[in-house]
Write a protein that binds this ligand. Structure first.
Ligand code: GLU
Ligand code: ZN
Length: 490
């Protein structure tokens, strides 16, 4: 099934990928997949001062990690290559020449100081302080004279005298009055083409049919509509204008817009803490969209199948890290233990707890241990804390310094446990439990929490661990007895 639907994800490679960006990519991806269309990935890197190669590579790596595959774009190519705007500068220069020749754009020689002065004046007089069209009708002689003064010209688009209205896919009819959309700069005085030029030019050339993007870009839409008219007039693109849909704001703490600088914005944070890409996408899909019937747990293919842009809400969405984490826990529980084990391995390797590649023996231990923690794990990054005691070498094993078991009662527990466990033949959870219950609960008359707590600390190093008897079984006789012995201070 293929259709004419063509959407794009076109981030600028500045800084680290963040969740707002991922949500935009996800909605475009789902829209394309739902309609059997084409998902174009374009890099808007025309700002040499802010763009970086690291950031570009991080973008590619992130989309791959998330599983948002693109049909055209970097590394895969496509009919409208290249897909990095830094490699398309000739195209933009050519379009600008055509716009100038057609009188649809013009050079503006005003200096920033002059512009500011006139804006100030307009404010004082209660007029809208946009560009006042000062250079609209300069003659060639006037231009030459200004250039001779050493002035460099920016290029502005000549806005037609009309209001701007479009039927937004999310917000319905949106209108901007002409007074809010002055002639705007498309090329800086230093020759750099701006987003307001290159983005619609490429959308036209790449035959983009639908634009889904954040609400923060709403006010740039009228300018882009004007650019589309101009491009159609000079025959760039096929003359059509994409349908726009503006995705709702994402609000963070304190009902402020989630900012790229908030720690929970960073995609890297989620990867490092062990969120599953499936879970993160599942959660981000809920920021402005719903599947209906209150369904909040779904896979990427399910989202693609169900994605209907008319179900995107214009109301601000609330980012809730707790809910995101809970969905991650649901995802962890939903996958097969082998799969979770496979995904935990890099986290254990990161902490130097297993070999790279993991040895057969280590994998065997991990496979026994995963079912013990899968139920309660919220992020894969918790594997180190929950399972580290099974993989750490005896020489490196250490008890959490906050967990004191040097007191008399704990020492009694440890001595009695050693005696009881030394005496059993079989080393399996039911036998271990029976022996320890007999020795500590019946024998010493202690409460289970107190008794087993001390054993837990001695053997796992922590107060919280996977179920104790199963843990001891996996750890094995030798290491269990060794750790209990080492925990004795008397
Ligand atoms: N490069 C722009 C950005 O990252 C793209 C905006 C758009 O979707 O038009 O904000
Ligand atoms: Zn001017």
């Amino acid at each position: 099934m293929s259709s004419d639907v063509r959407v794009r994800f076109c981030p600028s490679p500045t800084g680290n990928p963040h969740v707002g960006m991922v949500r935009t990519a996800l909605f475009n991806w789902a829209f394309a997949r739902h309609h059997g269309g084409t998902f174009v990935f374009r890099i808007e890197d025309t700002d040499a001062e802010r763009d970086s190669e690291d950031s570009y590579l991080a973008l590619l790596d992130s989309l791959r990690w998330l599983g948002l595959d693109w049909d055209e774009g970097p590394e895969v190519g496509g009919p409208y290559a290249p897909y990095r705007q830094s490699e398309r500068l000739d195209i933009y220069a050519d379009v600008v020449r055509q716009l100038l020749d057609a009188g649809l754009a013009y050079p503006c020689y005003c200096t920033p100081a002059e512009l500011e002065e006139r804006r100030e004046q307009a404010r004082k007089e209660g007029r809208t302080p946009g560009y006042d069209g000062h250079c609209r009708d300069l003659t060639a002689d006037q231009c030459a004279a200004l250039a001779a003064e050493g002035r460099e010209a920016a290029i502005r688009l000549r806005m037609p005298d009309q209001d701007w209205t479009w039927d937004d896919l999310v917000r319905g009819e949106v209108t901007f009055g002409r007074e809010h959309v002055p002639d705007y700069v498309i090329v800086r005085a230093n020759g750099d083409p701006l987003y307001t030029l290159v983005n619609p030019v490429d959308d036209a050339l790449m035959r983009i049919t639908h634009v889904l993007r954040g609400e923060d870009l709403l006010s740039s839409t009228p300018r882009q509509l004007a650019m589309y008219q101009a491009l159609a007039a000079i025959g760039v693109g096929d003359g059509g204008t994409p349908r726009f849909g503006h995705l709702p704001y994402v609000m963070g703490e304190g009902n402020k817009k989630l900012s790229k600088r908030d720690p929970e914005s960073s995609l890297l944070m989620y990867r490092e803490q062990g969120y599953l890409p499936e879970a993160l996408l599942n959660y981000l899909a809920l920021l402005g969209w719903s599947m209906g019937e209150d369904r909040e747990f779904f896979s990427l293919p399910e989202m693609a199948e169900a994605f209907d842009v008319s179900r995107v809400s214009p109301n601000p969405a609330r980012f809730d890290l707790k809910k995101c984490t809970a969905i991650n826990g649901d995802w962890i529980r939903s996958l097969a233990p082998e799969e979770i084990g496979r995904r935990i391995v890099p986290f254990l390797q990161r902490d130097g707890l297993v070999e790279d590649p993991i040895s057969g023996e280590e994998w065997g231990v991990l496979m026994q241990a995963v079912p013990l923690v899968q139920e309660r794990m919220e992020t894969l990054g918790q594997a180190e804390g929950m399972l580290g005691f099974l993989f750490v070498s005896e020489s490196a094993f250490a008890i959490d310094p906050d967990q004191d078991i040097a007191d008399e009662q704990s020492q009694q527990v440890i001595a009695a446990s050693l005696e009881a466990l030394n005496a059993i033949d079989a080393w399996d959870a039911p036998t271990l439990e029976a022996a320890l219950r007999a020795a500590l609960i019946d024998g010493l008359g202690l409460k289970p929490k107190v008794a087993f707590g001390a054993v837990r600390v001695a053997v796992t190093g922590r107060r919280v661990s996977p179920p104790l008897f199963e843990s001891l079984e996996i750890l094995g006789r030798e290491r269990t007895l060794g750790r209990l012995t080492a925990a004795r201070t008397t």
